[in-house]
Ligand binder design. Structure first.
Ligand code: SF4
Ligand code: SF4
Length: 307
């Protein structure tokens, strides 16, 4: 029996700032990987070819950590209640990117958490992932009971809605395991009805080729004219399918994390971006997820919105 138990981990995770904590037992992700393969075969990952990599590790996380017994799933709320100006020359930024890049924030918190757990249990072995790497982060979050996967494909917590980041720690210890949450989407189709580009092709399935979030961030090509006037002034990402979700409308609460409380880039001035130099871009966005789109991508998006 490990000296680490659920409560020790929960207390330590809360102490470094995580809001949601759940535990799942190691297993193969057989059904999940089949669904991922079907999605990839339809080319719904668009230009994100890296998603085809490491399917073996995604299915079997013991190929990453041979001693793995459990996954500790963590969520951190980033919700800030603020409105856009509605001005035509201000491109809207997805809420997750209003502040500091979450990878930096969460990596630091996880490092601290793992170090603290190792002080209690020197033999504790862990590998962590935040949104990158060969781990199906949402699937483990569901197994660990953080929430259910909504029809918009986000994980929804009954307590705080879907405005939270997910991290997972694979580890060599056993716990009492969480019960996965019921799917409370029911008959609701608000996200599907509101998506302006028809990207939610069926419940729980997104075609990235049509998703504003993909088209404005990961996409390296021009944006098709067929989406003209459908972007609702989003220049980086898109929050429409989360904004309309009744679970967010009713249950979203302001983040307690100082790193996500400070709003730095809620809107981007379209005129300013068109004349911005690379060094100005790096200076303005150096700690922001907006770096991901690169200046070239933002200029393309700005041009597309201004057409
Ligand atoms: S992020 Fe925007 S474009 Fe993508 S599925 Fe949601 S509403 Fe549609
Ligand atoms: S808007 Fe409705 S269908 Fe979509 S994720 Fe939220 S509850 Fe589910």
């Amino acid at each position: 029996m490990s000296i680490l138990n659920n409560q020790t981990v929960i207390d330590a995770a809360r102490k470094v700032g995580f809001d949601l904590i759940g535990f799942s037992e190691f297993c193969m992700l057989a059904g999940e990987i089949e669904n991922l393969k079907k999605w990839l075969q339809k080319d719904y990952h668009a230009g994100m070819k890296y998603m085809e990599n490491n399917l073996d590790k995604k299915a079997d996380i013991s190929l990453i950590l041979p001693e793995v017994r459990s996954v500790i799933s963590l969520g951190i709320n980033y919700y800030k209640d603020d409105k856009f100006s509605g001005l035509k020359n201000k491109g809207k930024v997805s809420r997750y990117a209003w502040g500091k890049d979450y990878h930096f924030v969460i990596w630091e918190k996880i490092d601290e958490l793992i170090q603290n757990l190792k002080k209690i249990d020197a033999e504790f072995k862990a590998v962590s992932y935040v949104d990158t790497g060969p781990v199906m982060d949402k699937m483990w979050a569901v197994k660990s009971g953080l929430g259910w996967q909504g029809k918009n494909t986000n994980i929804i917590s009954k307590e705080i809605g879907s405005w939270f980041f997910i991290a997972n720690i694979l580890c060599n210890r056993t716990f009492d395991y969480s019960i996965p949450e019921t799917d409370f989407c029911g008959k609701c189709t608000a996200c599907m009805d509101a998506c302006p580009t028809g990207a939610i092709t069926e419940p729980y399935i997104i075609d990235s080729n049509r998703c504003i979030s993909y088209l404005t961030i990961e996409n390296k090509n021009d944006i098709s004219e067929k989406f003209k006037n459908k972007f609702d002034n989003w220049i980086f990402g898109c929050d429409i399918c989360q904004d309309v979700c009744p679970w967010n409308i009713k249950f979203a609460v302001e983040t307690k994390s100082p790193d996500f409380s400070k709003i730095q880039n809620k809107e981007i001035d379209l005129n300013q971006i068109m004349t911005m130099t690379n060094s100005e871009f790096k200076e303005k966005f150096f700690e922001s997820p907006i770096m991901r789109a690169k200046l070239k991508g933002l200029k393309r998006n700005g041009e597309f919105l201004s057409k």
